[in-house]
Design a protein around this ligand. Structure first.
Ligand SMILES: [Zn+2]
Length: 318
């Protein structure tokens, strides 16, 4: 009797567990976007890249605010959180790296479902060298009696720089693959020659894959967010292309500047909306027409991404 009671209660308990599990599954919220974090790059003492008449911080802020408004109009249910809405370093922080940490913490603490950073690209002036002629220079060779005087022709150069013609858009995702070996191979000191750097990269430590906690976080990012981020980044670049922009494609980057992307526990992208160092593009990204087009492209990409997410057609399996 005692034994059967025990069996019965064990049975009842497992039924309870099963029903609890089933209820829990039913309670899983539908994949969607409730909170969107919009991060205008730079700000305050950090103006970012400079064009001939505008700064990256100012243009990024204008486009970000317009993008937020457009999302608000079309999706009134979505909560939008800006990392800054004025010309300040987010959180009024004193260094770029503290600002980056503030952005990531704000995104995480707000329970963001998606993080979109807006930046402008910049390419350094191209250096040129032209041979202008030769100059005779007296040189001495040998020692003592063998010392000889001779003249040598030394080439003379003229140096100058010209604006870099680089133009177009790029969308970045954090460079982590689901592949464990690749996670381990991330080199903390390796930079990929990016032209726009959000951080000075000195004080902010990049994630250390030899630290188990960091490694776990990177693997989670790789498995859960990488495909979603890649998917959205691809949609954004395709929209830019449709608008007639030069799309330089989706790129991966591992510098501290987009450390913020993997530090946020959500899919995240960094959009370079154009080259502020290119005069024509600087005018475009500052113009109402240009900004409206960029915002429309971002909203279009966001809409498709959201639909895909809700219909679960983004393959997030590792
Ligand atoms: Zn930037």
């Amino acid at each position: 009797m005692k034994r059967s009671l025990l069996l019965l209660s064990a049975f009842a308990f497992s039924v309870f567990l099963l029903s609890f599990k089933a209820e829990k599954n039913n309670a899983v919220p539908k994949a969607t976007i409730k909170t969107l974090i919009i991060d205008p790059g730079h700000g305050g003492f950090d103006g970012g890249a400079r064009g001939t008449f505008s700064s990256e911080a100012a243009v990024s802020l204008q486009v970000s605010l317009k993008f937020g408004k457009a999302i608000e109009r079309e999706f009134p249910g979505i909560k939008i959180i800006f990392t800054r809405t004025t010309d300040i370093m987010p959180g009024n922080k004193r260094t770029k790296d503290e600002g980056l940490k503030y952005r990531a913490n704000l995104a995480n603490e707000s329970g963001g479902d998606l993080f979109i950073a807006v930046h402008c690209n910049s390419a350094p002036h191209i250096r040129h060298r032209e041979l202008t002629g030769y100059k005779n220079t007296v040189v001495y060779t040998g020692k003592g009696k063998k010392r000889k005087k001779s003249t040598r022709k030394v080439p003379q150069y003229r140096y100058w720089t010209s604006p870099n013609p680089a133009s177009g858009t790029e969308t970045y995702i954090w460079a982590v693959s689901k592949n464990d070996a690749k996670v381990n191979s991330i080199n903390k000191t390796e930079f990929y020659g990016e032209i726009d750097s959000t951080s000075d990269g000195t004080a902010l430590e990049l994630p250390d894959p030899s630290d188990p906690a960091e490694k776990a976080r990177m693997l989670i990012y790789a498995q859960q967010y990488f495909r979603k981020s890649l998917n959205l980044a691809d949609l954004v670049e395709r929209e830019f292309e449709h608008t007639g922009r030069i799309s330089r494609g989706v790129k991966q980057r591992n510098d501290a500047g987009i450390w913020v992307l993997q530090a946020t526990g959500m899919p995240s992208i960094l959009v370079e909306i154009g080259f502020i160092s290119n005069r024509d593009e600087e005018e475009y990204i500052n113009s109402d027409k240009g900004q409206d087009e960029i915002v429309e492209d971002l909203v279009n990409a966001f809409r498709v991404y959201k639909q895909k997410l809700e219909s679960k057609s983004i393959n997030t399996a590792p």
